[in-house]
Design a protein around this ligand. Structure first.
Ligand code: UDP
Length: 239
């Protein structure tokens, strides 16, 4: 189905929880294989795909720190958690027939290539999926910010943020029956309304560099494919 997309190069941000059972911890083989198949099918649309994977299914620095762990150590552990997820996703993608490379912002030479921008672009041009692991490589950041940064660096046209909700709502749809979904928002509105779509560092980077983002529910059938084909799913955030 090549040519069925307006995009040439996209960045997919996957939260770590997309690899776990609903509400669960760690890596669930079924969830992992499910998401790998969706990505492999989306790849067949003929688009270059880079992925930033989170680590929240294993460890979040801020949470661990609130429970008493030293913050910077906890953040490095969170970054290492994303490397574990990246290796799992690479393995599942390659089992699904898609050549994949992991590029990491922390040096772990036995398991992944170091992040080098030109090398990432070269892999994408060779039709390999590129997984960016270890976030930005710096504590006090998130993988959402890593997604914004890498997307800008590799000149992706859009970030697709895969989540567990259908888009951005005026309030938590689980708690408030009057919550409405926004089909479209500007980054300024996200900041002003204090919407917790992504952290403010990540929002600012996208805003300053005019990079649009689509937030959608990855649990819906063919969601990644539909997002890439430009269907109006989820919430689109732009400048
Ligand atoms: N992290 C970090 N720097 C980065 C990216 C991530 O220190 O550039 C750490 C941080 O502790 C974070 C954890 O890695 O909580 C896992 O990433 P994140 O919470 O973004 O994962 P997600 O919520 O997407 O699963």
């Amino acid at each position: 189905e090549p040519g069925r997309t307006q995009y040439k190069r996209i960045l997919l941000k996957l939260g770590g929880e997309s690899l776990a059972e609903v509400g669960g911890f760690g890596i669930d083989q079924k969830a992992l294989q499910g998401i790998a198949l969706e990505i492999a099918e989306a790849k067949n649309l003929g688009v270059q795909i880079a992925i930033v994977i989170g680590g929240g299914n294993i460890l979040r620095g801020a949470t661990a720190s609130n429970l008493g762990m030293e913050r910077v150590t906890a953040d490095y552990m969170g970054m290492l958690a994303t490397v574990i997820n990246a290796m799992a996703l690479q393995s599942a993608l390659e089992q699904a027939g898609v050549p994949t490379r992991v590029l990491t912002a922390l040096d772990i030479r036995q398991v992944a290539e170091p992040y080098v921008r030109r090398r990432a672009i070269r892999h994408l041009e060779k039709d390999r999926i590129v997984i960016f692991a270890a976030g930005t490589g710096n504590p006090y950041f998130t993988t959402d910010t890593a997604a914004s940064l890498r997307a800008i660096e590799i000149e992706a046209e859009v970030i697709f943020k895969a989540t567990k909700v259908d888009g951005v709502y005026s309030a938590d749809p689980m708690l408030d029956p009057d919550a409405v979904k926004f089909p479209e928002l500007t980054y300024l509105e996200v900041l002003k309304k204090g919407l917790k779509v992504m952290d403010s560092t990540s929002v600012s980077l996208c805003m300053d560099n005019k990079l649009p983002m689509v937030i959608f529910n990855v649990s819906n059938q063919d969601a990644i494919k539909r997002a890439i084909m430009g269907e109006p799913i989820g919430t689109r955030v732009g400048v």
